[in-house]
Every structure is written in C-alpha cells, then in structure tokens.
Design a protein around this ligand. Structure first.
Ligand SMILES: NC(=O)c1ccc[n+]([C@@H]2O[C@H](COP(=O)([O-])OP(=O)(O)OC[C@H]3O[C@@H](n4cnc5c(N)ncnc54)[C@H](OP(=O)(O)O)[C@@H]3O)[C@@H](O)[C@H]2O)c1
Length: 296
C-alpha cells in the first residue's frame, strides 16, 4: 500500500513498481490520511502486508508560518499522522516503511557524513515535525522502518521541482543560476532511492536507514556536472557561499546535510546507491530519452 502516490517520490514509485507488485494507492480524494476513522477503515480492509508512507507536508519554507503550532497542518501531516499510522500498522500486522529526511540533522558535521544513530538537531519547523514523526513511528511498537532520503532528483515530469530539473530548465533557457560551493550533500537519483525502498520493503527492515548518494558533492559541482552531461552553458552558474544563500530562505537549513549509507550497503550491497557522477549518468540518459520541455 502506497500513501502519497501523487507526490514527487510517490508518483515514480507507482510508475516503477506497477508491473511487479500489486499496489493499492488511494488518492487524496479517496482517502484523506488526516481522517483517522477513514484511515483506520482503509487499513482494516486492505490485505497489503507493507505500507509505504510518502504522504507528508514536504514544503520546507511553506512550513515556517506554522512554526510551533501543534494544531497546524504541518504538524498533523508530519508528526501526528505517521505516529497514528504506525499504531494502526501494529494493530493490523502490517510492516510500515516511513520516509523521512536528512533535515533532521543540524548540518554542522564537516568531518563525516551523518550515520543513523547520530544526534539529531532540526533547524526548521518542517524538520522538527519530521523528527517527531520518526520518533512516533519507531515508538509505536509496530514493525517499522524510517528511511531518510536526501534531495531526490528525477528525470520524469512532475509538478514539483528538484535541483536537477531546475538546472535543466534554467540553463536550458539561458538563465543564470547560483550553486553553493561550501555545502556537502548526498542527493539521490529518485529511481535509485525507489529501488532502495523496494529492497527495504522486501526485507521488512526495521529501524532507521539512510538512502542517499554513496558519496558527496556540492550543489555547485552537481549543477556543473549536469551542464557538462547535457551540453548546457556552465558559465551561467555562479558560485555562492552557504552564508549568502541561507538567509534568503524562510526556513533555516542544515549546511552539510550529507548522509552515510554504509548501513544500507551492509544490508543490501553496493549495487543500488551510487556516487553522484554515476547517478547523473543514469539521470542524463533518461532525460535524453524524454522530452526536455516536459521536464522543465
Ligand atoms: N522532495 C524532497 O526533496 C524530499 C527530501 C527529503 C525527504 N523527503 C520526504 O519524502 C517524502 C515524499 O516527499 P515528496 O517530495 O514526494 O512530497 P510531495 O510531492 O509534497 O507529496 C506529498 C504527498 O502527500 C499527499 N498528501 C498530503 N496531504 C494529504 C492528505 N491529507 N491526505 C492524503 N494525501 C495527502 C499528497 O497528495 P495530494 O498532492 O494529492 O494532496 C502527495 O501525494 C516526504 O516524507 C518528504 O518529507 C522529500
């Protein structure tokens, strides 16, 4: 069962798994996940053994106006609902895979990427509520996994933008863009992330696990690598420091939000999560086979 199947991640899950797995993916109209009675009834009648939760409030800056409001929509979607979902999954004997974010960390670690057990330190309301959701899921007594993903980027059209398609759009139109040079990130190719979620689901993995690129890059290098692969004008990319970038956004963000994926690799091998260069080769290949105008 997939919840949040119309989102950036969810829509691609439905594309990639439709041929191999029997999927139940109620739309928002069919099931309002904040309606506890409806959610309970839905889970009670489905035979799906695994629930993949991708439904969330995922607009980081858009969450800030609700900062501190535990009666608000952001808190309801990211903290209260996942906790209730996990309790229900426990009651109905379903395995829950709940997707979370690298933003639970404060991004101060320059020495090494974040491991699953490292202390968290959310800097914005989105991150705080996602962290509470993680804690609620893992504390509900269900067989559950929290999979933290980072900056998924897709080669398919979707209403929600990501850094790779934004780069394609802007440089493709000959518009300048900026790339942060002093930030360590591990952005994951969405198709790789979904393969990883598939492995996690099949194995009924429990606990927290990181799903990200196998090594780090910077936003500036990432954008440059895209330009090089698609023959876009790299001179349009301006360098920017994190100190200049950060104050322009409503929500505080972690600077070095890089995830260590060695736990995933130990359990599932090294053939799923790739270094950014390899991810971008696969991404660019898919982009070349798709109409570029549909992506931007
Ligand atoms: N995108 C990223 O850069 C990123 C990075 C790290 C982690 N994540 C995490 O990955 C997960 C998926 O993110 P995403 O980018 O795919 O999010 P998204 O595109 O914003 O999708 C959110 C999904 O939640 C659904 N939803 C919201 N409220 C609902 C309700 N009341 N009832 C039923 N469905 C509801 C939406 O359905 P409708 O649109 O139909 O309302 C949509 O399918 C989230 O947990 C997010 O925190 C995302």
């Amino acid at each position: 069962m997939v919840l949040g199947g119309s989102g950036l991640v969810g829509a691609r899950v439905l594309d990639l798994w439709a041929d191999d797995v029997e999927l139940i993916a109620p739309t928002h109209t069919q099931l309002d996940i904040l309606d506890h009675t409806a959610l309970t009834a839905f889970l009670a009648q489905t035979e799906a053994p695994v629930v993949l939760n991708l439904a969330a409030w995922a607009d980081v800056d858009g969450a800030e106006p609700e900062r501190g409001n535990r009666d608000g929509r952001v808190y309801a979607l990211n903290a209260r609902y996942p906790t209730q979902l996990a309790i229900l999954c426990g009651e109905f004997g379903k395995h829950l895979v709940h997707v979370s974010t690298d933003y639970v960390f404060d991004g101060a670690s320059l020495e090494r990427a974040y491991r699953e057990g490292d202390p968290t330190g959310p800097l914005c309301w989105y991150a705080e509520t996602k962290l509470e959701g993680e804690q609620g899921v893992l504390g509900a007594g269900a067989r559950a996994c929290v999979a933290r993903i980072e900056m998924p980027f897709s080669a398919q059209p979707h209403r929600k933008q990501d850094l790779a398609r934004l780069t394609l759009a802007r440089l493709g139109r000959g518009e300048p863009m900026v790339g942060v040079v002093d930030q360590r990130i591990t952005p994951v190719f969405l198709d790789d992330a979904i393969r990883a979620l598939g492995r996690i689901s099949e194995a009924r993995f429990t606990g927290t696990i990181h799903v990200a690129a196998a090594s780090w890059t910077t936003p500036y290098a990432f954008i440059q690598a895209i330009a090089a692969r698609l023959g876009l004008n790299a001179d349009l990319v301006e360098r920017e420091t994190f100190a200049d970038f950060a104050p322009k956004r409503a929500a505080r963000r972690p600077q070095h939000s890089w995830l260590d994926v060695s736990c995933f690799e130990e359990h599932f091998g090294r053939d799923v999560l790739r270094a950014p260069e390899e991810e971008l080769d696969a991404w660019a290949q898919q982009v070349s086979a798709t109409s570029r105008s549909s992506l931007s």
